[in-house]
Design a protein around this ligand. Structure first.
Ligand code: CA
Length: 229
């Protein structure tokens, strides 16, 4: 069983797809436009997306690009009209995993959704523990020395800034708690860690990351998260 999101502005088709995929045991969310879909994707853990390209408010290809920036390994199947060969090609080149041509038959649809989910569970598609090397094109961190390249510019970091940035980057899009930072800093006596030190380092890193396309978000009560802007 998986959590699926159907993004389709045709009410009949969307309801039909939802019913069918619910019958095969999946939990189905649905959106009738691109902006509503963004909200669902930000708030729910979705395993795979079925995406119509012609959508109001935010079109399917723009939404697909947004999905690829934010949820790199989320499987996406495009729903296209039979005549839409160019759409299909463009969708695949923008990172869709598969496409299905409307009208489709029910057996084909459920088989293709199963295949999509199966592929996404292979290790190569998994999110893993650390960010893939190309997940943050505006930021590369030196693995040996305390420095990073922000937008191609070499930027010196203090030891603590470097350790903190590594920790945040390894858990891109996940919350890093104060306890996690404390544990990572425990054996580092190069600089004293004052009670408000973490805020100070976060503030300095934010300034140094300016132009990288990344932001360190304060997740109230939980910690900090490095995420694409
Ligand atoms: Ca449509």
């Amino acid at each position: 069983m998986a959590h699926l999101l159907i993004i389709e502005d045709d009410d009949l088709l969307r309801d039909g797809l939802s019913d069918l995929l619910r019958q095969t045991g999946h939990t189905v969310h649905s959106s009738a436009d691109g902006l509503a879909a963004q909200t669902v994707l930000n708030e729910q853990a979705i395993d795979a997306v079925l995406l119509d390209l012609g959508l109001p408010k935010l079109d399917g290809l723009s939404l697909l690009r947004w999905i690829r920036q934010r949820f790199e390994s989320l499987p996406v199947m495009i729903l296209t009209a039979r005549a839409g060969v160019e759409d299909r090609v463009e969708g695949l080149s923008e990172g869709a995993d598969d496409y299905l041509t409307k009208p489709f038959n029910n057996a084909e649809l459920s088989a293709r959704v199963q295949a999509l989910l199966r592929r996404s569970r292979l290790p190569a598609f998994g999110t893993g523990a650390s960010a893939p090397p190309d997940a943050t094109p505006g930021l590369q961190i030196d693995s040996q020395l305390p420095r990073a390249w922000v937008n191609g510019q070499a930027t010196d970091l203090t030891q603590r800034e470097w350790e903190l940035l590594n920790l945040l980057h390894q858990r891109l899009n996940q919350v890093v708690s104060r306890e996690d930072v404390a544990a990572a800093w425990q054996n580092d006596s190069a600089e004293p860690a004052a009670s408000n030190a973490l805020e100070v380092y976060i503030h300095r890193l934010r300034r140094k990351l300016s132009g990288s396309g990344l932001n360190i978000r304060n997740v109230r009560g939980l910690g900090y998260m490095l995420e694409p802007l």
